[in-house]
Design a protein around this ligand. Structure first.
Ligand code: R1P
Length: 289
């Protein structure tokens, strides 16, 4: 992995860039990121997808946990970017990516998730929309003393939709590539913790989350399929961007939270490549004029 050449001194505390306008966290300047981005959490997933699926691969850029591979898929320039985990990392990608790309962008996330319905592990999911689940520390503050009538331990947001055109493309490409696997389409929930805000019970901590999954299911009439940690931020920022960003998100269902089953690594790697191919197909088809 090539570390990005050391960034120069940053100027502009409001939006730090160096003298060649390389952004402070992604470490790239204009021209070094495609307007068509496939983003994943795991840097190994990004490397595998690049090796298997891209041609004319440019120099890899890595900085502050982000790894950027740019190359061509069927002759179209795309970037595969691994961002690590959580909404702040997605925030960096969308905002700093927006700064270094001119004109419309398309961003597809291909991640992993847990299912809160009894869907077989190794199935796939596409998020038509996403909600955000945040732990509210004020619930535990001595002023509140865990009084649920005044303050809830977890905030559950309203849904934000992804881009319909890109989601429809993804549905078609998943259908043609995953003929013998189920793809569930519906609402995703992005959480600010893998543990407490996803309703995992941890005897070492006072999390007050025993009812959380049930609350999510009830609030959205059993339409929430999946739990992960980034999609909401992608959809929210894409809809708030002043220049167009078309966003869609898909995941491999790794964990079944009803039966406690977890997908084996070999199948995961196989699905990463097959689903990555489906995502790239959609990414190069979407109209960015
Ligand atoms: C947690 O294990 C991580 O896996 C999921 C979650 O959203 C979180 O980032 O996605 P990725 O596999 O894309 O990282």
């Amino acid at each position: 992995m090539t570390e990005v050449k050391k960034l120069g001194d940053a100027k502009n505390a409001n939006f730090p860039v160096d003298e060649r306008n390389a952004v402070y966290h992604l470490g790239v300047a204009k021209g070094e990121l495609s307007q068509r981005i496939l983003t994943v959490g795991d840097s190994e997933r990004a490397s595998r997808l690049t090796k298997e699926l891209l041609e004319e691969v440019e120099e890899e850029k890595a900085h502050r946990g982000f790894v950027i591979h740019t190359g061509k898929y069927k002759g179209v320039r795309v970037s595969i970017v691994s961002i690590g985990m959580g909404t702040p990392m997605m925030d960096f990608l969308v905002r700093e990516g927006r700064f270094v790309v001119d004109g419309p962008m398309a961003i597809i996330r291909y991640g992993t998730c847990g299912s809160i319905k009894d869907v077989e592990v190794g199935s796939l999911a596409i998020a038509e929309s996403s909600i955000l689940i945040r732990r509210n520390p004020d619930f535990w503050h001595s002023d509140n003393n865990k009084d649920q009538t005044k303050c809830k331990p977890y905030d559950i947001s309203k849904p934000v939709a992804g881009d319909k055109e890109l989601i429809d493309l993804l549905k078609n490409d998943f259908e043609s590539i995953f003929k013998d696997r189920k793809t569930v389409v519906g609402i995703n929930a992005s959480a600010d913790s893998f543990y407490s805000s996803q309703g995992r019970i941890d005897p070492e901590f006072d999390d007050f989350n025993e009812q959380l999954i049930e609350n999510i299911i009830d609030l959205y009439e059993n339409k929430v399929n999946t739990l992960e940690m980034e999609t909401f931020q992608l959809y929210h920022l894409a809809t708030r961007s002043k220049q167009p960003i078309k966003a869609a998100s898909s995941t491999i269902i790794l964990a079944n939270r009803v039966t406690q089953a977890f997908l084996d690594n070999n199948t995961k790697v196989k699905l990463e490549i097959e689903g990555g191919r489906a995502c790239l197909e959609s990414l190069i088809k979407v109209n960015l004029n």
